[in-house]
Design a protein around this ligand. Structure first.
Ligand code: AMP
Ligand code: AMP
Length: 371
């Protein structure tokens, strides 16, 4: 059977877990012509079903039950687009074992999940990171104690000195955490997209996180805080848009390119591609200090479902990160190169490439090469 190239996406379903950035991902998928599927828990069913761009909803008792759907998903032309909930609610093994076609490179997860390996990756890319301490006795300046995993800042502690650590953080010994120099500055989260089809990097958008209660402490005068036992917490509550001073933009772009380039040496065999985020703090000296990298779509992109000032520079239409992912999948299908954008664990249905069904088209895309 032959299909017109433009109809190819409608033969595929883009699916994701109903949480985090699923609405953005599925809206983008629909805008690019795909069929859409949300896998939800009972509490979310009504919400996700209420949107016209969600074609189908499958209800599972808990997000952790998602891998049990593998067989059913693999019978159909489903492509999974992962987001933060995949890391938060599925174990690494479950995540990796699934053979449902998956946008991105799962090999990157090993580097992303381990903060020491993240550090190796980012420093190898030439980026600055806050100083790290391994023992409480070494602490000679304020530090932040951070737990492993995508927890949205939950449980992080600000610690002033070794005594403060003993008093407030020694219960953490059994858990996995790191101690980082506390960098005073503006948290800037830069959202990128790297296309393996065009070899080009794009800055999609940026946000600063709004965290409770640390971002609210300034609302109470210091004099009134005295004698009140307040410790800052870093639980993310939402995100605010930010546009970077333009003179810092070139460095932000270079950082993204360096991270992609370095990932090819570290993660077999194609490195990082698709959506990712560099989480930085920018100091009064305009220096970027990297706190973390997220190797997939981050929730801060939800501010820009209708596009951002940065995506507008590259596209004359609203282009969210979710839609950009779907555009990449569409371009891959139309140019018969789906394998370039999927993880190698992906088991494709028999006639999964468009080349067998229709015409192959050249891949368009803005940006500049990352190599
Ligand atoms: P949720 O769907 O809210 O349960 O979130 C799934 C995971 O993503 C959790 O680990 C959250 O901490 C994280 N997360 C959700 N929303 C945000 C956000 N706006 N910024 C950063 N992380 C988030
Ligand atoms: P992360 O989980 O590394 O993205 O950090 C979550 C939040 O903790 C950030 O948005 C910052 O507010 C805060 N944070 C993390 N690392 C540092 C650091 N080294 N210095 C200051 N604040 C930090």
């Amino acid at each position: 059977m032959r299909h017109k190239a433009g109809h190819v996406p409608s033969l595929y379903t883009i699916a994701t877990l109903g949480s985090h950035s699923a609405l953005q991902i599925l809206k983008g998928a629909k805008d690019e012509g795909f069929h859409t599927l949300a896998v939800v828990t009972p509490a979310n069913e009504r919400l996700y079903s209420s949107f016209a761009f969600v074609d189908e909803v499958i209800v599972i008792p808990h997000y952790g039950d998602f891998p049990k759907l593998e067989k059913e998903l693999n019978k159909r032309k489903v492509i999974l687009v992962p987001h933060g909930s995949f890391v938060a609610y599925l174990s690494m093994e479950q995540h990796k074992r699934m053979t449902t076609p998956y946008f991105g490179n799962k090999a990157v997860l090993d580097w992303e999940a381990d903060r020491m390996r993240q550090r190796e990756w980012l420093t190898k890319a030439g980026l600055k990171m806050p100083r790290q301490f391994t023992k409480a006795s070494e602490i000679d300046r304020p530090v932040i104690v951070k737990l492993y995993g995508a927890l949205g800042g939950k449980g992080y502690l600000f610690v002033k000195n070794p005594e403060d650590f003993t008093a407030r953080a020694s219960h953490l010994v059994e858990q996995r955490y790191i101690m980082q120099e506390y960098v005073l500055g503006v948290p800037v989260y830069i959202h990128y997209f790297y296309s393996p089809l065009t070899g080009k990097l794009e800055i999609m958008s940026m946000d600063r996180r709004y965290e409770s209660n640390v971002d609210s402490l300034g609302r109470i005068p210091l004099a009134d805080q005295e004698g009140w036992d307040i410790s800052p917490s870093y639980v993310v509550i939402g995100n605010q848009p930010i546009s970077l001073r333009e003179s810092l933009l070139a460095e932000a772009f270079d950082m993204g390119e360096a991270v992609v380039r370095t990932s090819r040496q570290l993660c077999p065999d194609r490195g990082l591609f698709g959506a990712f985020c560099l989480e930085s703090i920018v100091t009064p000296e305009s220096e970027f200090f990297l706190m973390e990298i997220s190797a997939r779509i981050v929730a801060g992109t939800n501010l820009f479902i209708d596009g951002s000032p940065y995506s507008y520079l590259n596209y004359d239409e609203p282009m969210s990160t979710g839609r950009r992912i779907a555009r990449e999948l569409k371009n891959a299908l139309l140019s018969n190169s789906l394998d370039l954008v999927l993880d190698q664990s992906s088991r494709l249905p028999a006639d999964a490439s468009s080349g067998k069904n229709g015409e192959t088209v050249a891949v368009p895309g803005p940006g500049v090469p990352a190599n």
